[in-house]
Design a protein around this ligand. Structure first.
Ligand SMILES: NC(=O)c1ccc[n+]([C@@H]2O[C@H](COP(=O)([O-])OP(=O)(O)OC[C@H]3O[C@@H](n4cnc5c(N)ncnc54)[C@H](OP(=O)(O)O)[C@@H]3O)[C@@H](O)[C@H]2O)c1
Length: 291
């Protein structure tokens, strides 16, 4: 056999062994009875997270603005005969709120008696277009996508600390690598990385036992995302249920960062390692002809 063949064979055997003995370190049972507050749960990835958490036996409180849609998610959870849904009396098992006008105190005092996971996932309506100078929109999006996360996390920290809990922050590859058509959205996601990665240092330095998991997602096949990028980007979207599971398992394992799909981690490394010509490569994925 040629040396190349030997190397390939050896690599295959090692890969086979690794696959056979590798065990997923995520234990879904660790979520049984966990108290979870999940924002943006009426649609997309948040909705899928609600189904997973319920399947794992967590006690969840969901938030979104559209009460009727949230109610449908709740009905599906009951129809799925999930063991536990909500740690609250039936009529309070969901809340509806707008996070640009919302204070965590409302939920904490009136709805929850404890918290193990705060999962921050909601986003305001995203415009996928060239910057047109709308500063007010950017200010508003910062409020929904960033400041409300800071406010909710700050209010939840004492409770999370008491329960050695976890903060899970859903971000995007666009919060690591800036892309066209996403000026305001990208700014809000970079802000999340800056704030929560700095806060993580501080919690560790103060020996406060609250984990922070920042989730970096690529394009996911939610209705909102697919509608936004239609005809503008040459990229394939990954499935929302898998993205939701990656977020939940990363949070449960107290990981600092979760990348979904997994290879995004290497994309970020390459982005930093090869600063030349990378913009041209990235722009080639976008459908745009200059005027
Ligand atoms: N989909 C992707 O391709 C993708 C890629 C990378 C990262 N992500 C991240 O993944 C997370 C979820 O994205 P998604 O695609 O699932 O979003 P989505 O389908 O648009 O869902 C957004 C959720 O947030 C809620 N929401 C919207 N505005 C709100 C407000 N002002 N206050 C409170 N809740 C509000 C929505 O419910 P109501 O309308 O009922 O309020 C909905 O439940 C986001 O953090 C996003 O940045 C997504």
């Amino acid at each position: 056999m040629k040396p190349v063949g030997k190397v390939l064979c050896a690599t295959g055997i090692v890969a086979g062994f690794l696959a056979f003995f590798w065990k997923d370190p995520f234990n879904p049972e660790s979520l049984s009875g966990a108290r979870v507050l999940l924002t943006g749960a009426s649609a997309g990835i948040g909705e899928q997270m609600a189904y997973h958490y319920a399947r794992f036996g967590a006690e969840i409180v969901l938030t979104a603005r559209r009460e009727a849609v949230l109610q449908k998610v709740r009905t599906s959870l009951y129809e799925g005969r999930h063991r536990r849904f909500g740690l609250l009396p039936k009529q309070q098992q969901q809340i509806s709120c707008q996070h640009d006008k919302f204070s965590f105190g409302t939920v904490e005092q009136n709805q929850l008696r404890g918290l193990d996971y705060l999962v921050l996932n909601h986003i305001g309506v995203t415009r996928f277009q060239m910057w047109a100078g709308d500063v007010e929109y950017t200010r508003w999006l910062m409020q929904v996508n960033f400041f409300s996360y800071v406010a909710l996390a700050t209010a939840a920290l004492p409770t999370l600390e008491k329960n050695k809990g976890s903060l899970v922050v859903v971000s995007s590859l666009i919060g690591k690598i800036p892309t066209p058509f996403t000026t305001s959205y990208s700014a809000t996601k970079f802000a999340l990385d800056g704030f929560f990665s700095s806060l993580r240092h501080e919690l560790i330095m103060q020996k406060r036992n609250v984990s922070i998991t920042l989730c970096i997602l690529g394009l996911i096949d939610t209705d909102a995302a697919l509608e936004n990028i239609r005809g503008k980007v040459h990229l394939t979207a990954s499935p929302a249920p898998e993205a939701a599971l990656a977020i939940i398992s990363g949070g449960a394992m107290r990981m600092q960062e979760v990348f979904y799909p997994w290879w995004l981690q290497y994309t970020c490394c390459l982005w930093v390692l090869f600063p030349y010509n990378r913009d041209q490569v990235l722009q080639s994925y976008y459908n745009y002809s200059s005027p």
